[in-house]
Design a protein. Structure first.
Ligand SMILES: [Zn+2]
Length: 433
């Protein structure tokens, strides 16, 4: 291994330090948020005093605090599980066990991916159940029955297997057989797959989980159609989705592209807002479209995944990458083939997916800031195309109905918030109606 300088202990150290730093940073931010929200719990902020009741304000505070406590458990569990998979040898043990059971080959590698996904899913299960059936339930947001939860879980597992397994097999095969530039091919497959998914999602996948009804004829439909015409936006359809089957949280979104593009309103949104407000919210969404935020984000994602695949292409050839993250690669396999990667593709893929988020976490504030800038642009567009006062009152209603806190900690906002806090957005709008 003369060409492979041993960075493995350096990587182990760096990785452990990054996991710890991430945990500390997240815990510090969460504690800031908790203190800030608790300190402002007693009184509705002056700017909202006329519109939001003390009871609603305190519900939002309690909901935020309860979520922060869960997040603390979640991040701690996440860090422990991550170290268990890597430095403590979990992935290595699973890999060795499957090698003994099945021998080396593509099937063993697919079994490793599936086993990893299964164990990760089971580990996350209790917290996810707690979130839906205890936390969301307590604040009156959960609408799901255990039965619906189960059918959802079965459907998404089946869907994930039907789509994910062939894709994984193709990528593993490319890694092993497409030569030095396999990562470029794998990236092309990945990108094409994502585009295909965006295309088929609204018409084939989303209807498996929800009912979509065309928006009923009437004032609202006329208003919405006129707005879209004014903004030069053509969509194939306007739909109402039965979001209330699962949650009382409200939303609206665009989906698909090209001819399959459609606008989807949650039924919960239409229940909470009047026609003027729905129009203003849609104008905000059209603002994202007009400013090409969605396209830009997609291009950014494709560029980032190209860099990611290139990095993986290089790392998978470095012995220290495996050893430093707690896995013994099958070297006897490597001797017959092109390099260390051979026969270790699934391990390389999993280690990469485990390690990268630990480091990329630290650029979160950059993406949050870019996203908040986009939100301001969409708000500005909405105020040109619809009524700013109605946008303001829609926002206030949504904040109240979703129990979103009006008094977040500024550092917490700076790091995580994809949307500017209510006060900052409303400051740029006329008074709500
Ligand atoms: Zn937006």
């Amino acid at each position: 291994m003369a060409f492979n300088p041993d960075f493995s202990s350096t990587l182990s150290l760096l990785f452990a330090a990054a996991v710890l730093a991430q945990w500390l940073l997240r815990a510090w931010l969460a504690s800031r948020q908790v203190r800030h929200v608790a300190r402002h719990r007693a009184e509705v902020p002056e700017a909202f005093a006329q519109r939001i009741s003390l009871a609603a304000h305190q519900k939002a505070a309690d909901y935020t605090l309860a979520k922060a406590r869960i997040a603390l458990i979640e991040m701690t569990l996440g860090a422990v599980v991550l170290l268990a998979w890597t430095l403590l040898g979990g992935l290595d043990a699973l890999n060795q066990w499957l090698l003994e059971l099945m021998g080396a080959g593509l099937w063993q590698q697919l079994a490793l991916l599936a086993g990893f996904a299964l164990i990760s899913g089971l580990v996350e299960l209790p917290l996810s159940l707690y979130q839906t059936f205890v936390l969301e339930q307590r604040f009156g947001f959960n609408q799901m029955t255990l039965r619906l939860w189960l059918t959802d879980a079965i459907k998404s597992t089946a869907m994930g297997t039907a789509i994910g397994l062939p894709l994984a097999a193709l990528i593993l095969w490319l890694m092993g057989s497409a030569g030095d530039l396999w990562w470029l091919w794998a990236w092309a497959v990945w990108t094409a797959f994502n585009l295909l998914l965006m295309w088929i999602f609204p018409t084939f996948i989303a209807p498996l989980f929800n009912k979509f009804e065309p928006l009923a004829e009437g004032t609202l439909k006329e208003r919405v159609s006129a707005l879209m015409q004014r903004c030069g936006f053509t969509a194939k359809g306007l739909f109402v989705m039965d979001g209330s089957r699962r949650s009382a949280h409200a939303n609206a979104y665009f989906t698909g592209f090209g001819h399959s593009k459609r606008v989807v309103f949650f039924d919960t949104l239409l229940k909470q807002l009047d026609a003027d407000e729905v129009e203003a919210v849609l104008a905000h969404e059209l603002g994202h479209f007009k400013h090409r935020h969605i396209l830009k984000r997609m291009l950014l994602m494709f560029a980032a995944s190209l860099a990611g695949f290139a990095l993986l292409g290089w790392l998978s050839q470095q012995l220290w990458f495996y050893l430093g993250l707690g896995v013994r690669p099958g070297l006897d396999l490597a001797l017959g083939h092109g390099g260390i990667g051979a026969g270790n593709e699934a391990v390389a893929l999993l280690l990469f997916l485990l390690a990268v988020p630990v480091f990329s976490f630290f650029v979160t504030p950059l993406f949050s800031a870019l996203s908040r800038r986009d939100e301001f642009e969409a708000d500005a567009y909405a105020m040109q195309q619809a009524s700013g006062a109605h946008l303001a009152s829609a926002l206030l209603k949504l904040y109240e109905d979703n129990a979103s806190t009006l008094t977040p900690d500024p550092w917490y906002v700076g790091f995580y918030y994809s949307h500017p806090p209510a006060l900052a957005r409303l400051a740029r709008m006329p008074s709500p109606t």
